[in-house]
Write a protein that binds this ligand. Sequence first.
Ligand code: SF4
Ligand code: SF4
Length: 432
Amino acid sequence: MTPPDFDFPGRGVERPAVRYDKQGELTDSERVERAMQAFARDTTRTVATYLESCIRCGHCAEACHFYVASHDPQYTPIWKLQPFRRLYKKKKITAQELRDWQELIYDSCTLCGRCTLACPMGIDIAGLVTRARHAMFAAGLVPHELHAVAERAEREGSPLGATPKVLKERIEWLADEHEVEIALDRPQADILITLSSIEIMKYPASLVALAKILNRMGASWTIRSDGYEATNFGLLSGNSDWQREMSLRMIQAAIVCKAETLVLPECGHAYSALRWQGANMYGRPLPFRVLHISEFLAEAVRAGKLPLTRLAGSITFHDPCQISRRGGATSAPREVLAALGADLREMPSAGDANWCCGGGGGVVTVHRADDHRHRAFELKMAQIDATGAEHLATSCSNCRLTFDDGQAHFQWSKQMESLLELVADHLAPRAA
Ligand code: SF4
Ligand code: SF4
């Protein structure tokens, strides 16, 4: 299967560093005013406690891949929050300072949360950067590529043009080419499967893998064209209305088809958006379970529903930050790899303390961040090479995309694989 040419819209196109919102170009004083209002809205007691708690020890610096890759003090995690702190202290800020801050808030933070592990005060810097992005969005200061994908997702239901019509066509093509039944728009199903546009457009083999596994399990499942897109660029760009809208589509689709379980795809931020923030967006507890696909696979392995053949050779696993460290699903992929009989060669800081691939938080969409991101990616390559593992796998298509880009940039020998696709490739033959 040859994936189509793929890139995020707007990447590589020279545009101004700022993106103006639909209300047209804002004046500098309007930008400052709107940012201040958003900061004020987001300054909860928790945020105030975090901002008051920093003891300026600097431990967070060595935890951040962007600082370690550059040793530039401006990339120290807590420094990225300076304007937030100044507004909290009711000190004046200028529009130029907000513009300068854009690069720190969007290009230089993947929201990976590694700095919080190192912080003796437990300050959730990724959470604060996410809130700071609300103010930047309000001020019309989102990098144009990230704004483009977020706006397209809100308008079309997919950031990459995987509209319901495109989804249907791709499912028909994949089902025909691979002779597999891919359930679409069943009125009722126990399991609602959701997808990432990156999978639909760049890694369509993952849809085939899903169908093969679920059909083999004899599961009652469906994809729904009224709620399939699990990526959430509203969250990453800083527009919580768009974030809510994307989440509600999946939630409503799960309710309509009476699903007991909603399975999220190999996508890190999809997990944080729905698993950990979905109920808040919905306004009450979700009437179904939410599992990442690696958790779903681990559960199936545990229940004896997924007999697998052995994966030959050694493998190392890259933990997607939003699923492992910030999501808590660190053991699930390892259970699956154990069921595959894999010779797992862990990286020194595997699991919760993993190094980020450098492309999360929307950073991979931002063209001007490429050099910086590639320097951070060198840390990851060195770690992986040191394991000596023959295979490399992850369970996030955004990480996979970042690895593919890094592989091409550095002409690296390692090829990132999908945990989901590895499982589908190792389904044991049915007993005669
Ligand atoms: S969340 Fe990650 S990328 Fe952002 S400042 Fe902390 S360590 Fe750096
Ligand atoms: S590690 Fe925590 S307390 Fe220390 S400088 Fe960083 S944010 Fe502040």
